[in-house]
Ligand binder design. Structure first.
Ligand SMILES: O=C(O)CCC(=O)C(=O)O
Ligand SMILES: [Fe+2]
Length: 306
């Protein structure tokens, strides 16, 4: 199976000159059939899972499926006690620049569990049963954690660029990101924004999608999407602006149209976990875990690609 996957990834990587063509091709080759073949073993694994979630978890999943976004908080998942610890961890992370006003404090696929309590914090989120129920049911297969990112966005009065402009994420048909705010986020601190129903299962799923996948340059595709959102009432009336306190957790299918991080006063601190199917086109390495025995279940091993 991995040969089929590698073959398509090689084609996508090497033969196609621009990210637009690459995105177009990925949408053509990842037809349902190829998607199903590559992900078959993860669909089977998903079908074997038996976990009865809380009623609230079921309603969160159904709203996510309907709208493409659902806003909740760590308390809802019994993880409220992690907030001060996560905030503390965030303060102590080493920093690394990724853009003029956004600094990514950590962007790697390493979870070190050898006595590093702070990483066990992340594992507590990763292994949370109700969160996993939502993630894998959304995909209808065991999804893979593509990356974890911890980001601080600094105030800026300059023009919006990159992820601060309306865009869709590429790489897969469905994507599910969990964004956890570690600081209070108001309208002035760059809240995450989403246009409901633009996700894979939504009514506006195909709208301008191929032209809008590249987010690294201010290009025509992106500007077209900006104009589109501004001019179409069925889009701009569907915008959800996720203002919220520290501890807010957002589940969102970012194959739908979204933006965020354009803060004007206080910085915004955020952790994100990005989930994809196993057929996703991702250039990031799989997770490296120092203590594999920590993740005992077959499901968690699949999630981390161990
Ligand atoms: O920083 C934000 O709110 C948006 C981030 C984003 O576009 C993404 O993670 O795909
Ligand atoms: Fe994005």
């Amino acid at each position: 199976m991995s040969n089929v996957k590698n073959f398509f990834h090689e084609v996508i990587k090497s033969k196609i000159p621009t990210r637009y063509l690459r995105a177009l091709l990925s949408r053509l080759v990842f037809t349902r059939f190829i998607y199903w073949i590559i992900n078959y073993q993860y669909i089977k694994l998903f079908n074997k899972c038996t976990f009865t979630p809380k009623n609230k978890t079921l309603s969160i999943l159904s709203e996510l499926q309907n709208k493409g976004i659902l806003i909740s908080d760590l308390e809802e998942f019994g993880l409220g006690h992690l907030l001060p610890l996560l905030q503390n961890r965030f303060k102590n992370l080493s920093t690394r620049g990724t853009g003029s006003n956004t600094r990514s404090t950590e962007f790697n696929n390493v979870i070190d569990l050898n006595g590093d309590l702070s990483n066990e914090l992340l594992s507590e989120i990763l292994c949370n049963k109700d969160i996993n129920f939502i993630v894998h049911n959304y995909f209808q297969q065991i999804a893979r954690l593509g990356y974890k990112e911890e980001v601080i966005s600094y105030p800026s009065y300059s023009k919006r660029s990159n992820a601060r402009l309306w865009h869709r994420d590429a790489a897969d048909i469905k994507i599910l990101k969990l964004f956890i705010y570690l600081s209070d986020v108001s309208l002035e601190s760059g809240p995450f924004e989403y246009i409901c129903n633009t996700h894979y299962l939504g009514t506006h799923s195909n709208l301008n999608s191929i032209k809008s996948v590249g987010i690294s340059k201010l290009n025509k595709g992106e500007l077209r999407l900006e104009g589109l959102v501004e001019s179409r009432s069925e889009l701009n009336s569907q915008i959800v602006t996720a203002v919220g306190k520290a501890g807010t957790i957002i589940f969102c299918d970012t194959s739908g149209i979204h933006r965020g991080g354009h803060c004007l006063n206080s910085p915004r601190e955020l952790i994100s976990f990005a989930y994809y199917s196993n057929s996703a086109y991702l250039s990031l390495p799989a997770f490296v875990v120092s203590d594999k025995s920590f993740f005992k279940s077959k499901m968690m091993k699949a999630v981390l690609g161990l």
